[in-house]
Write a protein that binds this ligand. Structure first.
Ligand SMILES: [Zn+2]
Length: 693
């Protein structure tokens, strides 16, 4: 904030021609030519006459400060310096923005050619016209328009630059038109996230705020705009620049192919257009209620009599839990102890890293690339169990107002249900209600279910900003700030949240063990997707398909006799086999004895997964993975293909596909030659309609 109190006196003094006293014949600058495109300025006195040129500048004492030495310049020279300094201030915002943009993503920007390069440079020019016009008007010494313009300059600096820098530091991408459209479904959640991450936000926006205040202050001292008419002309020009930025489609260039300021203006333009068109994403009815196809009566035929408790958690990645039983497990010591004989699958991957898509996959078995119509008409787990006359429950600490997921689930025929706001009326959008309270509720309520049943217990406190127990944090130092410099702190906080949640998980597992039906209850533990902790530049999920975001924990704890010998052998055999979340739904259906019901054949034709109790899907099958579904649009484009351990992925910030073999290169640091993933490319580009960059 030091910049706010810049002491301009030495500079002013230095730049004032000798012999002139401010107030008598104040030095101001105005164009030599009153109109036209010329920006030639000359020093004039307040009365409009050219400034008197003093005989010569007097010699300065040898020990004078450098700034004062400028005063050795002739008045003409000093005027020239001031003139150039004034001009430099006009272009400073755009120069600064482009410099920041280059610093953040030079490999991508420097790779632009042809239309992409032209579009980027055109957008820079649009920004230059806008900022120059605004700074010029803000530099006026009098007149009404300067004050609203100065306020506008500050607002623009905060939103078009500061907020964009914050977004980039968090997601490695700027807010664009797609992010804005998706964001409208999450507005309260966006607000909460910004508040939780306020220190990172402040660090990104405060320098912009300081500069937005300082630049007009400096300009008004060095080269104020004197002509009223010129001020209005500049405002007109600024308006034209905003309109051009807003209504030229950002799709004309590369993905994220504009500087951050114009990208934001373009996003707002597209949002206005979407509102005008009543686009349902922005009308807040997205994704809308479902109309599932009617389900014939089903008969459950179980291989063994068994109940299923499906424990779904939020944003927990495989590498941050103890999958195999481990003595001295640090991350999830409580569940590690309660279910030592669990059967983990260490290579389970979600086919996306977006909550809504992941849950739809696990509850419907459909691909993330299914159409909107398919997802809206597909029966979910509860419709199948209802048709079979089985009891079911959905206990969730997630706030179902998040992304309108409650609307989508409305009318689901579960037997028992509770969600975040029913437990805690003020549950946040981000972390929901307390997982401990949800577990307590579920333990009490499950007594009402008659066997065989399926109960989904869905936890949410491990979503950003990661709920922790300040009294018990084994991982320190921790912070909820996500910005650069907090890589270790945010990871610690994330691990502390998983550690805290694990106490609730263990309490539920203990309680289930004590229930009369314990020996007939199979427990499945899985996360919706993972979480990136800056391994690939970002914090969070949904932005990429790198393994930290999609490799998820998965284990099954099956008491003796709940699985047939063959089922258990098949499941244990998958310990190191690459499998995907597409197999989760068929596995639950198989456990419930519904997978072979002939009545569901027509639904099964759209379900590509296979029960893990039967060996899971073949590992040589190619699948498209994506965070951009037709029903749930993505904020940041990213998709790819997966076959066994081979992954072909890309996101909007890249310029090419990357191919990895995650069996040999689990950190995805050694991209293979794209030919190694050649078979995945045509499938991915065909299904997704091209590449995401
Ligand atoms: Zn999630």
């Amino acid at each position: 904030m030091r910049a706010l109190s810049l002491d301009l006196r030495p500079l002013r003094k230095a730049l004032e021609p000798k012999g002139m006293v401010t107030g008598q014949a104040q030095v101001t600058f105005r164009p030599a030519v009153p109109s036209g495109s010329s920006t030639r300025w000359q020093a004039r006195s307040r009365h409009g006459a050219p400034n008197p040129v003093p005989e010569s500048a007097s010699a300065s004492p040898p020990d004078e400060a450098p700034a004062a030495r400028v005063s050795r310049l002739s008045p003409r020279g000093a005027a020239r310096v001031r003139r150039w300094a004034g001009r430099a201030l006009l272009v400073a915002p755009t120069v600064g923005i482009v410099a920041v943009d280059l610093a953040k993503r030079h490999p991508r920007l420097l790779s632009f050619t042809g239309t992409d390069l032209f579009f980027y440079l055109g957008s820079v020019l649009c920004g230059l016209v806008l900022w120059t016009s605004l700074v010029a008007v803000a530099s006026r010494q009098s007149g009404f328009a300067r004050w609203p313009t100065r306020v506008l300059l500050v607002l623009f600096a905060l939103v078009l630059v500061g907020a964009q820098i914050y977004t980039f530091e968090r997601y490695q991408a700027y807010v664009n038109h797609r992010a804005v459209l998706v964001g409208t479904s999450f507005l309260p959640s966006v607000g909460q996230q910004l508040w939780f991450d306020r220190w990172s936000v402040a660090r990104a926006v405060l320098p912009c705020l300081a500069l937005a205040v300082a630049i007009p202050l400096l300009a008004v001292k060095l080269a104020p705009m004197r002509q009223r008419a010129r001020g209005w002309l500049c405002l007109d020009i600024a308006l034209v620049a905003v309109l051009l930025g807003a209504f030229i489609s950002p799709e004309s260039g590369a993905e994220q192919g504009q500087p951050p300021d114009i990208m934001y203006i373009a996003a707002m333009g597209q949002l206005a257009r979407a509102r005008w068109d009543h686009n349902e994403t922005v009308e807040r009815v997205h994704p809308g209620p479902r109309t599932p196809e009617p389900m014939p009566k089903l008969v459950a035929v179980q291989a063994r009599k068994r109940n299923v408790v499906m424990l779904i958690t939020e944003s927990v990645r495989a590498q941050s839990v103890c999958l195999d039983y481990a003595t001295g497990c640090k991350y999830t010591p409580f569940s590690n102890k309660v279910v030592p004989n669990r059967i983990p699958l260490t290579q389970m991957r979600a086919v996306d890293s977006t909550t809504a898509i992941s849950l739809a996959v696990m509850w419907s078995g459909l691909l993330p690339t299914s159409t909107r119509k398919e997802l809206h008409s597909a029966p979910l787990l509860w419709e199948y169990t209802h048709a079979a006359g089985l009891d079911s429950a959905y206990y969730t600490s997630q706030n179902l107002l998040f992304g309108n997921s409650g609307t989508w689930l409305e009318g689901s025929p579960w037997t028992r249900h509770v969600s975040a706001t029913m437990i805690e009326p003020d549950a946040t959008y981000e972390t929901g209600a307390d997982d401990g309270k949800l577990v307590d509720f579920a333990i009490r309520d499950m007594g009402a279910l008659k066997e065989p049943y399926v109960a989904v217990v869905h936890l949410s406190n491990t979503h950003f900003p990661y709920k922790i127990d300040p009294e018990d944090m084994p991982f320190t130092p921790q912070e909820e700030a996500t910005g650069p410099g907090y890589e270790n702190e945010i990871l610690n906080r994330y691990q502390d949240a998983i550690y805290l949640q694990d106490k609730s998980v263990a309490r539920l597992l203990e309680a289930l063990k004590k229930r009369p039906e314990a020996e007939r209850t199979v427990i499945m533990y899985v996360s919706d997707h993972g979480e990136q902790m800056r391994e690939k530049g970002a914090v969070g999920h949904t932005g990429t398909l790198f393994d930290p975001e999609i490799r998820i924990p998965f284990w099954i704890a099956a008491p003796q006799g709940t699985l047939t010998e063959d089922e258990e052998t098949k499941l244990r055999g998958l310990h190191d086999t690459p499998v995907t979340s597409l197999d989760v739904f068929p596995t639950v259906m198989d456990l419930l004895g519904l997978w072979d019901a002939p009545e569901i054949d027509r639904f099964k034709s759209r379900i590509t997964g296979q029960s893990l109790l039967r060996g899971g899907s073949p590992t040589d099958r190619s699948i498209v993975i994506t965070n951009c579904s037709e029903l749930w649009a993505c904020a940041f484009k990213n998709w790819g293909g997966i076959r066994g351990s081979k992954k072909l992925i890309a996101h909007q910030g890249e310029r090419a596909w990357s191919c990895f073999d995650v069996a040999k290169d689990p950190d995805e640091n050694k991209p293979l030659d794209p030919s190694e993933c050649a078979d995945l490319l045509p499938l991915t580009e065909r299904v997704m309609g091209g590449h995401p960059f």
